[in-house]
Design a protein around this ligand. Sequence first.
Ligand SMILES: [Ca+2]
Length: 443
Amino acid sequence: MKKIFTLMVTAVVSLVATFNTAAQNNDTKEAEAKKVSILGDSYSTFAGHNPEGYAPFYPNDRNDVTKVEETWWDLYINAMGYELEANNSWGGTTICNTGYGRMDSSSSAFTSRVDMLGNPDIIFVFGGTNDAWAGSPIGEYQYEGWTKEDCKSFRPALACLFDQLREKYPKAQIYSILNSELREEINESSRTICKHYGIQLIELHDIEKQNGHPSIKGMKSICDQLIQAIGSERLIKPAGTWKVPDISKAEYEIMYKDIDNGNSDIDQFLETNPIYEQFYTPACSWYCGGSVNNITASSCLKPQGTKTYDAENLHDFNHESAWAEGVKGNGIGEYIIYEFPGNCPRVTTVMILNGYVRNEKLWRENSRVRKLKLYYNDTPIGILELEDSRTLQWFDVGILGNGLSAKETAVWTLKFEILEVYPGTRHKDTVISEIYFDGIDVH
Ligand SMILES: [Ca+2]
């Protein structure tokens, strides 16, 4: 793989448009990013990102989190490719109307802040920690007719909070996050009330803390646990597609050589067929800094004549070579794993040539992938829904990877598992010609 990388970097860089410009010019079908709002306490604060007048905890001298990019919510939103709608988090606040020292906290309690979340698709309620630490009264389970007095206790207040959120944001998906190491009656009450409202409760575990608050490591764990708990069913449709042209690599190369002889057709060809430019005469791309350590597959079809179907064919920047799964049937459950160096530039886009795209006949005769489950370090983060077309399709998958400051040895992986296929007319084998990447942290 190192060889391909070197080739790509040293290849003619003077060419026409870069990948990004080409992508922008194309007919994209970008889905609008989901908007996330947070109703929280100090764990979800960061100075400058919460409403004015609220007391943020972060950044703090006694905690190593110094950047907003290190908070659980910014990590999660970036990983999922979502957008922040509102972060209504306030340090020291309780869900119920009883705060520290048994003081009336009704003006800052979660129940008094439901109106300030904007227009979200997803709401995270991350509270209860201060109720536990302040020793707020637990109260009885109550699912209607709450008074301000009732909401001085945790159980009625939490139920009242969910009821208000449901009414005010009927389209939003609500998730409740429960801190680790809280007293059991808070945990048990949260489980019972979430169950009553059909709200998924994410119970955190093993969160590293400094001064009672998540550290950088703790924040990362929260993000990972959220992805693990709720990320798996996200459907990701192609953000755009490019047709695969009907000429071979050899024909293209002959045509390309002719460019010096004043062949103006090639310019026009490149403009309408950016795939060939990317593969065979690449300009600057994510690969100027990005690389892949190795690619493995759960199975590969045995060579047929001189043609191989190994996993390496997925990342050789040759549209004519392909990987095919090697089990009986359509290969449902078969998978491919890409391993990246720990300090590799981060990936935001997955590019896929679906099927045996070498020519139209082979493409039709062999099976193509319909759904690919995407895992980041073994955690499912979404399902790529591929079109049944002989095209390059690209998918915005959020920001994946550790970033440039990580150790090279802290490798990370992307796994692609076949969930569904479009059957071929002649063969059952499911084929993918190429999976490669675009991203950030380069240039
Ligand atoms: Ca290939």
